[in-house]
Each structure stands twice: as structure tokens, then as C-alpha cells.
Design a protein around this ligand. Structure first.
Ligand code: NAD
Length: 256
């Protein structure tokens, strides 16, 4: 379905980003990975699916590095056909205790980076009259939780950016939508599981159960593979008139 197309997935050396990158690769898309830590393992996992793989280590909090990454994709692969804005971090603290530099980092990585990649990807997508922009928001783009001020603000912001981008491209072959996962057991969430286990003096398993029970009625984690299949749907021809939605995959979290 995506043969000959190139997908750039930010923050894809781990977790949800890597899951989405692999799902798009299974559809034939060439993949550009981005993110910190080991890139060789993820590159090999994607290459094993029979597509071309690139990598750029841009720090998504730095606009000049984001620009360099977008040039790299254009020069190496021709164009970004599918843009998945996924890189994200979390910081948990009450508003009055929230370190201002953590606020700035969360907003820069979880929100502003998507503005930069989107503004830089759109001209070539418009020329081709085809493109898919998928913003990985969160249930926290739809509802709030205590002690996540920067994250909730950034995720509500990216849902807004999604809607504006969808409106500005509504008469073209470009769509923009957001995915809103509930709990997904990635390193980002494992840190919160660990913090709860330490605070309550309970096991890792018990901490996971309690985390799910607080918010997610299905009592099950959503998986990167499931989110990857939702991204594939947004890229499909059947998804071409799905525009500006914030689609939750959250075990019933925001139905409550
Ligand atoms: P993760 O920690 O497994 O992966 C985050 C990725 O972002 C990694 O590849 C990391 O290297 C990269 N990254 C972090 N800072 C970066 C920076 N400055 N520049 C470039 N890359 C950077 O986390 P995840 O759970 O897979 O999260 C991916 C996205 O999904 C995030 O936007 C997160 O907010 C969102 N999300 C996660 C959950 C969940 O339960 N895990 C739920 C809803 C939404």
C-alpha cells in the first residue's frame, strides 16, 4: 500500500514510534527513524521488513536540528510522504513544583517540534497532492490528569494543531489526524510504574495493575502494534476523508 513512499517517524528508536515505523514498513514504506539511544537495533528491525531505512539523530527540542533532519529526508529519499510526529517526554509534578526548564522541554519536544516538521513537510506534500500527517497525542490531549501540566497542555495543543492543519489541507490529498493512546507499556510509562511501585512499596506487577485500574476500564495496555495498525488505516485510501480527528485507543479511558 505504501510502496515507493517514505515515512519519517520522530522518536522511533523505542516504544510507540518504533511500533508505528514497523507497521508502515510492513506496508512497503521506506522509513526514516529518529530518536536517542541505540539506533542500530531499531534500524535492523525495520530493514528486516525489506524496506530502505534511514536515521537522523535530530534533537526535537532544537529547530535547527529539525530543519537539518527534514533536509536529510528530502535529499536521501526525495520527500516526506508520511510524517508521524511521535517524539515525546513526560514530567510529573504539581504546578507549583514544576521546574520551568522541564515545562519548556516538554512543550518543545511534544508540541513545538510537530509545528516545525509539519511546516517543513507541507510544501512538498502539496506539490505531490498527497501526504499523511499523524500526530501522536494522548488521552491527555482530550482529558487531564493531576501533576502532568506540561504534558496535558502540550497534548491538548497538538490536537489543536492537528485540526488547523487538517482544515488548511482539507481540499488536498493531504490529511492530518491525531492518535490518542491510553496507557502503553513503553519506557516512558515504565518510569511511572517504577515510581508508583517505590512510593507504595508494591511489586512491578501490582503497580501496573493499579495504574491501569485508576484510568483504563479494559485493564489492558494498548500496544505499539495496535497503534501502528491505526496509523496504517490513516494512510490508506479508505482513510482519505478522515480529517482532523483525535482518535483515542485507550481501553475506554475517556468514555468515563
Ligand atoms: P518512549 O520513551 O518509549 O519513546 C520516546 C521516543 O522519543 C524515543 O525514541 C526517544 O529517544 C525519543 N525522544 C525523546 N526525546 C527526544 C528528543 N528531544 N529528540 C528526539 N527524540 C526524542 O515513549 P513512548 O511511550 O513510545 O512515547 C511516544 C509518544 O507516545 C510520546 O509522544 C508520548 O507522549 C505518546 N504517548 C505515550 C503513551 C504511553 O502510555 N506510553 C500514552 C499516550 C501517548
Amino acid at each position: 500500500m505504501l510502496k515507493g513512499k517514505t515515512a519519517l517517524v520522530t522518536g522511533s528508536t523505542s516504544g510507540i514510534g518504533l511500533g508505528i515505523a514497523k507497521a508502515l514498513a510492513r506496508q512497503g514504506a521506506n522509513i526514516v527513524l529518529n530518536g536517542f539511544g541505540d539506533a542500530e537495533g531499531p534500524k535492523a528491525e525495520v530493514a528486516a521488513l525489506g524496506v530502505k531505512v534511514g536515521y537522523h539523530g535530530a534533537d526535537m527540542s532544537k529547530p535547527a536540528e529539525i530543519e537539518a533532519m527534514m533536509h536529510y529526508v528530502a535529499e536521501t529519499f526525495g520527500r516526506t510522504d508520511v510524517l508521524v510526529n511521535n517524539a515525546g517526554i513526560q514530567h510529573v509534578a504539581k504546578v507549583e513544583d514544576f521546574p520551568p526548564e522541564r515545562w519548556d522541554a516538554v512543550i518543545a519536544i511534544n508540541l513545538t517540534s510537530a509545528f516545525h516538521t509539519t511546516r517543513l513537510a507541507l510544501p512538498a506534500m502539496k506539490k505531490a497532492n498527497w501526504g499523511r500527517i499523524i500526530n501522536v497525542a494522548s488521552v491527555h490531549g482530550l482529558v487531564a490528569s493531576a501533576e502532568k501540566a506540561a504534558y496535558v497542555a502540550a497534548k491538548h495543543g497538538i490536537v489543536g494543531l492537528t485540526k488547523v492543519t487538517a482544515l488548511e489541507t482539507a481540499t488536498t490529498g493531504i490529511t492530518c489526524n491525531a492518535i490518542c493512546p491510553g496507557w502503553v507499556l513503553t519506557p516512558l510509562v515504565q518510569k511511572q510504574v517504577d515510581a508508583k511501585a517505590a512510593a507504595l512499596g508494591v511489586s512491578n506487577e501490582e503497580s501496573k495493575k493499579q495504574l491501569l485500574a485508576e484510568k483504563e476500564p479494559s485493564l489492558q495496555f494498548t500496544t505499539p502494534e495496535e497503534l501502528g495498525e491505526l496509523a496504517v488505516f490513516f494512510c490508506s485510501d479508505a482513510g482519505k476523508n478522515v480529517r482532523g480527528v483525535a482518535w483515542n485507543m485507550d481501553g475506554g479511558w475517556v468514555a468515563q
